[in-house]
Design a protein around this ligand. Sequence first.
Ligand SMILES: [Zn+2]
Length: 63
Amino acid sequence: MEKCEIVGCEKEAVRSVSKRAVEEALPDLEFEGEGKRARLCRDHYKLYKRETKEKRKIERLDW
Ligand SMILES: [Zn+2]
């Protein structure tokens, strides 16, 4: 199985997303390995989705 690339996480990766997008959404997290894409487990992917959603909401309010 492919492992989640977040440091300290041993769960199975379910999604591959742009590392830069994850860094913007979750700046506190560190990745293992190099490359443009990051494999995330379900939990981290959920976290990422939630953060991007909240960010979009804030941007919309600024308009
Ligand atoms: Zn993970």
